[in-house]
Write a protein that binds this ligand. Structure first.
Ligand code: FE2
Ligand code: FE2
Length: 305
């Protein structure tokens, strides 16, 4: 079969809702696209562990500290699962890690921002994990089967993260004026990055990952689901929104495209976010500090001698 014949058959398979396994034939663009997408997801999980780790010392009780530590551990585990999926597509884990810490690859926008107090832990657990769950739940139907399988497990754990975040939010919201002010202040800082999290409107004609059903829904569709699910809850708790302020239209809560300032996201895409440099340096330092563990695992006989 010629390349074009294989491609036509592949397209037909995808069109019929077929799945793709690691050893199946796939177009080079499909392999490259999935690899980059899963690598970015893995990077985001491991970088996402850092902001919350910064909050561990300020946990208000031992119970909260334990649940936050467990969540952080889960996120690192998600990265491990995802790096494995990406690795099978032809890029070694070492190269992926090197590309991450040298700023050659990307991680999600929300992890480029600072954390200031316990209100941030509520926002990250409830709204950022909530946003991630909306996107990841949709990806469980991805055409790339190994990714879809791993996401089933990840989503189950993300549900627990959501509960953890929701619980902290409820506690702050039912607390003192100072506690409510903490949540509001964090919401004011995080709202725009959360809107950015889903990305700008998808270009359906050009987006190969959408065409090949690696991604199953457009960015704006996912953002809309998030807004409809969370805006009413936030309003019910008595908080207000900074720009872009959502408004109600029949059953939907919408934000106007012209109200979204994309400039901060454009900086982050160039790895120039407020905390990018510091967090990447931290991640690089951890990588170096732990080098002896990797060396020992790679050459057990030498070290045992
Ligand atoms: Fe995660
Ligand atoms: Fe999570």
């Amino acid at each position: 079969m010629t390349y074009d014949e294989k491609l036509a058959r592949f397209n037909e398979h995808i069109e019929d809702g077929g799945k793709v396994e690691t050893n199946d034939w796939m177009p080079d663009d499909y392999r490259r696209g999935v690899l980059k997408f899963v690598e970015m997801h893995a990077n985001s999980e491991i970088m996402g562990a850092l902001p919350e780790r910064e909050c561990l010392p300020i946990a208000p009780s031992l119970r909260r500290k334990m649940s936050l530590a467990a969540k952080i551990q889960d996120e690192v585990g998600h990265a491990q699962l995802l790096y494995r999926v990406a690795e099978d597509l032809g890029k070694s884990r070492d190269t992926m890690f090197h590309d991450l810490v040298t700023g050659r690859s990307k991680f999600h926008n929300v992890f480029h921002y600072p954390v200031r107090h316990w209100g941030d832990v509520a926002i990250i657990g409830w709204l950022i994990d909530g946003a991630a769950l909306v996107t990841q739940a949709a990806l469980r139907d991805s055409s790339y089967a190994p990714y879809a399988r791993v996401l089933k497990r990840i989503c189950a754990e993300e549900q627990l993260h959501l509960r953890h975040g929701e619980h902290i939010t409820m506690e702050l919201s039912a607390g003192t004026d100072e506690q409510r002010a903490m949540f509001q202040e964090a919401l004011d800082r995080w709202w725009l990055p959360i809107i950015h999290f889903f990305g700008p409107r998808s270009n359906v004609a050009k987006d190969l990952l959408l065409r090949w059903k690696v991604k199953t829904r457009t960015n704006e569709d996912l953002r809309q689901e998030f807004l409809d699910r969370y805006v009413p809850k936030i309003l019910e708790l008595g908080y207000t929104f900074p720009t872009p302020v959502p408004y109600r239209d029949a059953d939907d809560y919408l934000v106007r495209d012209e109200d979204i300032d994309w400039e901060p996201l454009n900086d982050i895409k160039k790895n120039q976010g407020p905390e990018t440099e510091r967090r990447l340096t931290w991640r690089r330092d951890i990588y170096e500090t732990h080098r002896w563990v990797r060396d020992a695992m790679a050459e057990p006989a030498v070290h045992a001698a």
